[in-house]
Unconditional design. Structure first.
Length: 209
């Protein structure tokens, strides 16, 4: 997975706010708390069409951050990348492949590697030159999107979005009026539906092929 290229994008919409229709009670909203057992905090980050949920939690036992899968039957499974003391499961596809990020024991606190978990096999996802990678979304075709930095600390103005498709990385940077594409404040690709459109941070964007 070492091929790399850059692509340009066109902003086709910008979310300026959320239209909210909030019921008066949690019961009306169908609200269900998601708390991993023996965790000091839990966060659900994505859900697939079958109702399987992935996220992260902080263990009250070891104090480390772990990923989790909550399947449609209500069963929790911890997700830890091999030799890692920090793992986050951030996205799940309809076939059940999971993506996220991890840090190995002994690595600097700010380092992150992306991963894909498929059929109990972890594959590391790091764009060329990256020292910080988050894999944030995957579609049923296996296309993966996220963000990365080539320098630490990974400040917002240093972040790039990326698409990994068929083993080839494409860097994605949101254009800023009057600046080059690398002048964007921050680029982060969070979802990539199978049809090819993707959500970039707070904007909608389409690939120009």
């Amino acid at each position: 997975m070492r091929k790399s290229k850059s692509i340009s994008i066109t902003i086709v919409g910008l979310m300026s706010g959320l239209v909210s229709m909030v019921p008066t009670t949690e019961a009306e909203a169908g609200f269900t708390p998601i708390d991993f057992p023996d965790a000091t905090s839990s966060a659900a980050l994505d859900i697939d069409s079958a109702g399987d949920i992935v996220g992260r939690y902080v263990s009250a036992v070891d104090g480390n951050t772990h990923g989790f899968l909550l399947d449609r039957h209500g069963e929790f499974t911890t997700i830890d990348a091999p030799r890692a003391n920090f793992t986050v499961a951030a996205g799940i596809s309809s076939p059940g492949d999971i993506v996220g990020n991890y840090r190995l024991r002994g690595e600097p606190l700010m380092v992150r590697h992306g991963f894909r978990l498929s059929s109990d096999t972890f594959t590391t996802i790091d764009p060329p030159g990256s020292v910080f990678t988050n894999a944030l979304g995957i579609n049923r075709r296996g296309d993966i999107v996220g963000r990365y930095c080539t320098v630490l600390p990974c400040l917002p103005e240093k972040q790039h979005g990326y698409l990994l498709s068929r083993g080839e990385f494409s860097s994605i940077d949101v254009p800023v009026r009057g600046k080059s594409t690398t002048g964007a404040r921050s680029s982060e690709v969070t979802r990539v539906p199978t049809v090819g459109r993707m959500s970039i941070c707070c904007a909608r964007a389409s690939l120009q092929r």
